[in-house]
Design a protein around this ligand. Structure first.
Ligand SMILES: *Cc1c(COP(=O)(O)O)cnc(C)c1O
Length: 396
């Protein structure tokens, strides 16, 4: 096991052995009674994770981008005004998708490392009737978290649907879909949900389902059309066989396994664990003279951290050195500054041990490349910070 690799990118993440074992089971029929039960359970467990007892869950084979596509295809008609609130790469992707469906989009973009202010959002909402607004809860390109709650209140005030790209947040960051009044919260399996890539997961409010039902034009996308998927989700929840497109049987068995692990830990505990790890990890990075991309701690995500390479350090060389130490991290993603920063994912079943391993490998790499700092400082800082909390162990 000397050469085992630690996958610390913001998705796919390290998966629980039980989840991977579930993936490897003998595939059953998608209408076998035991699979119907597993699919039904998974839909119910999603409501617990999203904190959306009233929501309509969807589990569809595809990636997070399909989740975004489904929200746009089903809720938006050509000519609808949609406000895209962006704090990075994935905000712009939402605009591209919405544009493809003929939406009249307005992009509110924060400068790198910042978020769009509530005043800016409200002033824009006053200018015309927006059908929907989109929020990227955690933008994985910048490691920035946007609090969806106050924005959902603004959306409600201006009679606008709120659509949240929660691909890098659901099951890692605080989320109360019903209480906060969020209309769509979508994610993908391979991030904090902790299942190999291949599932798009959405939770849709009663209000959004009503807006969908009342739309005037047909949905211009066959695979994404909820008309095809809603009866399937309802059937599985009623524990009845049904078919539209063959479900990703093994992935859904793995999904049930992971959702059970998440619910056993409990969302409150899980969010606190992510918060305490992220806080300690950022403090550790700052202690060795690194600069975090988000400009303030309050807008730094708890599921990943984006960090600038130190001045004069060759980023590619640093990543290679970390990889030689068997720690896999991600480079930058935001086109303008891609080569100047890196990203480390710390979501899902990540442990304090994993993060100490990352800091150790990072210190070795930086030291060899000539960055000046006190060796061991980031490990010490992490330990001091994490000891202040009780959340460093996954309670089972
Ligand atoms: C990963 C990610 C996506 C895209 O998900 P895919 O599964 O790669 O299609 C969208 N939005 C955010 C915030 C993400 O982190």
């Amino acid at each position: 096991m000397k050469a085992r690799k630690l996958l610390m990118i913001p998705g796919p993440i390290e998966f629980e052995p039980a989840v991977l074992q579930a993936m490897g089971m003998a595939t059953t029929s998608h209408v076998a009674p035991n699979f119907i039960e597993i699919f039904g359970n998974s839909l119910e467990l999603m409501r617990e994770v999203w904190k959306s007892p009233k929501g309509q869950p969807f589990i569809v084979a595809g990636t997070g981008t399909l989740g975004m596509d489904m929200a746009a295809a089903n809720l938006i008609e050509a000519g609808d005004n949609v406000l895209v609130i962006s704090s990075g790469y994935f905000g712009k992707r939402f605009k591209d998708i919405l544009d493809r469906y003929g939406a009249n989009t307005t992009l509110l973009e924060a400068p790198v490392g910042e978020v769009v202010s509530h005043d800016t959002i409200e002033n824009e909402l006053k200018t015309k009737q927006y059908k929907a607004l989109t929020i990227t809860h955690v933008d994985t390109s910048t490691g920035i978290i946007v609090d969806p709650k106050p924005i959902a209140l603004l959306a409600k005030k201006y009679n606008t649907l709120s659509i949240v790209d929660g691909v890098c947040s659901v099951a890692g960051e605080a989320l109360h879909q019903d209480e906060w009044g969020l209309d769509v919260v979508l994610t993908a399996s391979q991030k904090a949900i902790g299942v190999p890539p291949g599932l798009a997961l959405l939770m849709v409010s009663e209000k959004a389902m009503q807006v969908w039902k009342n739309r005037k034009t047909p949905i211009p996308n066959y695979y994404s059309d909820w008309t095809n998927w809603l009866p399937i989700m309802r059937a599985y929840e009623e524990r009845k066989p049904s078919y539209f497109g063959t479900p990703a049987v093994n992935l859904i068995v793995a999904l049930q396994t992971s959702l059970k692990i998440i619910c056993t830990e409990g969302m409150e505990q899980r969010v606190k664990r992510h918060q305490s790890f992220a806080t300690a990890f950022r403090a550790a990075l700052v202690s060795i003279n690194l600069t975090i991309l988000p400009k303030t701690d309050t807008i730094a995500a708890n599921t990943l951290t984006a960090v600038y390479y130190p001045e004069g350090i060759d980023g590619a060389a640093m990543n290679t050195k970390m990889s030689v130490s068997n720690v896999i991290i991600a480079g930058g993603l935001l086109p303008d500054i891609k080569a100047s920063y890196f990203r480390i994912g710390h979501m899902g079943s990540v442990s304090a041990n994993d993060l100490l391993a990352v800091l150790g490998a990072l210190e070795r790499a930086l030291s060899e490349l000539g960055h000046s700092f006190e060796i061991g400082k980031s490990l010490q800082t992490f330990q001091m910070e994490i000891l202040k909390t009780n959340y460093y162990a996954i309670q089972t």
